[in-house]
Ligand binder design. Structure first.
Ligand SMILES: Nc1ncnc2c1ncn2[C@@H]1O[C@H](COP(=O)(O)OP(=O)(O)OP(=O)(O)O)[C@@H](O)[C@H]1O
Ligand code: SF4
Ligand SMILES: [Mg+2]
Length: 334
């Protein structure tokens, strides 16, 4: 892993207990049920870069985000931020440096608080400023940074549009002077015309403040605009990790190819387009071997029994796929 990495995730896993209550289980003779939301995920993010996590709904993107910002503990694995293992040490010391912007700016802002109280909350929570004047000045500065009016601090969230609310959420995320921001679908609740403004603001802030982003999005056009590196998740496992330019020009993993094929404008013109088929499987009872095998045009007997691990290097990408390891490009008879 890179020396310059500000965030390193190693062997991260999250298992949820999704069993029915004990009495109901006992009466019905049912056993405990678990759901593997994230399994053995490793990646690193160099300082100042944007690492995007992509994958269908339920692939584990938000679960990874929540573990990184300390909202839930991992079941296994480690997360290290600027050399400190935050899963084993005091997360409180790191928290200020690592913040999050959520998908829904309507739900993430307290409707009963004025904007100045919302934005200043991290300043007070982390004891970063004490004088009311300093806090007021900092809030005005932050509102200006996200291109709102300092006078907007006196208003309530319902007085703003969706895009403006996301600017307020970004101002709050910036209040504690973080180095790293996890952005979970930050523009997917917004109108298309507003999305571009927010994305451009985020890129501008990244350049000006030297921020590093973990960026989660369903929208591959948005990911191509934002990301320097991309990790492709399928049922909680990484199938492909690599530089964004290479991934969009020459996707390797059959699942990455399928995702990109669904957005024709993004897919390299000289690549053959595999058909999009099937749906993501039930994570409580996932398919054996490579969990993508029921949908994969290249699946064979090995794929149905052996889990591929992300170890195959192709160009600058790392891929978890038996077919790529074996150099197979043609579908085989079942
Ligand atoms: N608290 C929880 N308890 C039980 N299962 C959960 C919990 N949180 C998430 N899951 C399950 O874990 C899996 C991954 O969920 P997650 O929210 O991380 O997916 P996602 O990739 O963010 O999806 P989306 O694109 O829809 O936001 C899903 O099957 C989900 O149902
Ligand atoms: S391991 Fe097999 S099933 Fe999985 S993506 Fe590769 S070829 Fe397809
Ligand atoms: Mg999510």
């Amino acid at each position: 892993m890179s020396d310059k990495a500000i965030l390193e995730v190693n062997g991260l896993s999250k298992i949820f207990d999704v069993s029915k209550p004990w009495l109901e289980r006992t009466l019905n003779g049912e056993s405990k049920k678990t759901l593997k939301a994230v399994t053995d995920v490793s990646f690193s993010i160099p300082k100042g870069e944007t690492f995007a996590l992509v994958g269908e709904s339920g692939s584990g993107k938000s679960t990874i985000a929540r573990m990184i910002v300390g909202l839930m503990p991992p079941s296994a694995g480690s997360i290290s931020f600027d050399g400190t293992n935050i899963t084993s040490s005091d997360f409180g010391k790191i928290r200020r440096r690592l913040t999050m912007v959520f998908q829904d700016p309507y739900a993430s802002l307290n409707p009963r608080w004025r904007v100045e109280k919302i934005i200043s909350e991290p300043l007070r929570a982390f004891n970063l400023m004490h004088s009311e004047k300093d806090i007021r000045d900092r809030v005005a500065e932050l509102l200006t940074v996200v291109r709102l009016d300092p006078l907007d601090g006196a208003k309530f969230p319902h007085e703003f549009s969706g895009g403006q609310r996301q600017r307020i959420a970004i101002a709050r995320a910036l209040a504690s002077n973080p180095e790293f921001i996890v952005c979970d679908e930050p523009t997917s609740a917004l109108d298309v015309s507003v999305q571009a403004q927010i994305l451009n603001l985020m890129r501008d802030l990244q350049d000006r403040l030297g921020l590093t982003y973990l960026f989660i999005s369903h929208n591959l056009a948005v990911v191509r605009h934002m990301a320097t590196r991309v990790g492709v998740l399928y049922l909680g496992r990484l199938g492909e990790v690599g530089p964004a330019k290479e991934l969009f020009r020459d996707p390797k993993h059959p699942y990455t190819r399928m995702l990109l094929a669904a957005v024709p404008d993004l897919y390299a013109v000289d690549q053959e387009r595999p058909p999009v088929q099937g749906e993501i499987a039930n994570p409580i009872n996932p398919p054996s071997g490579c969990t993508f095998h029921p949908r994969c045009p290249l699946a064979n007997a090995r794929c149905r029994s052996e889990v591929p691990v992300p170890k195959v290097a192709v160009g600058e990408a790392i891929v978890a796929c038996h077919a790529i390891e074996e150099g197979r490009t043609e579908p085989v008879a079942a």
